[in-house]
Each structure stands twice: as C-alpha cells, then as structure tokens.
Design a protein around this ligand. Sequence first.
Ligand SMILES: [Zn+2]
Length: 156
Amino acid sequence: MDEEQRFLREAVSLARSNMENGGCPFGAVVVKDGEVIATGVNEMGRTGDPTSHAELNALRAAAKALQSLRLEGCAVYASGQPCPMCLAAMRMAGITEIAYAHSNAQAEPYGLSTSAIYGNWPSRSRNRPCAFAMYVLKRKMRCRFMTNGRNGNRQS
Ligand SMILES: [Zn+2]
C-alpha cells in the first residue's frame, strides 16, 4: 500500500469510528514529512458547532502541534471531498496538497455531498462599508496569536 492510500485509509478509519460513536462519517489527517501530525473528526453533533468539520478540527490540531498558524508543507487526507469552508481554511493556512477518499458525487446518494454549496452563496450576503473595517485595513494590523513570536497571520 502506498503512502497516500495509507493516509486515506486512516482518514476513512477515523470517519468510521466517529460514525460508530454517533458522529458524522468524516475524518481527516494532517501529514508533514511523511508523518501524521494531527487528526480530526466531524464533531458538529457533539459540540453543536456547525464549523466542527473533520478537516477544520485536524487543522486546529496541526496548528497546535506545530505552534504555527501557517501549515505550508503539510498535506490533508480526508475521508470525503472537502466542503468550501474547509477548502478555504486549508488554502488560507498554506496547504496545497489535499486528497480525499470519496467525492461529492459518490456521497450524493447518502445526502453527504456539499457540492451545492460551491455555487450557492447566501443571497443576503453583501458588502456593507464600515469605517472601522477600513481603519483596520489601513493600519495593516497583524495578529500575533502564537507565543513563539512568529507572525502568525500573513494574510493581512
Ligand atoms: Zn468542511
């Protein structure tokens, strides 16, 4: 079994365990230098948090493990095709290598596809000018969450 298959099987195994424990069948692992550094499962039901997707939980654990908000050089292996929220979070953290075991098309018959979200943004979403937002942008404020002194947010 090649490395990619091994990591995908681990993500699927996490998804299966989560499902057997009453959760949704989604799992993800974050890999760096050929090693799993973090895992995550969907915990929406347990936490009541609609953003508690497997990939996001794995990213949170990876950031904690590496003490960095930047996850360049990491790869994410997920049981299912990442939703737009998770995909955006992975890209914003610098992850460019993503693999998944089941596509949205394969998940569709089970009601687990997120493909509709890609082209269906909220109709009430709109840009509303805000003076404070412009002040923050102009100041180019940067977030420093981590204790290691590195600038954690290069998006600003
Ligand atoms: Zn997601």
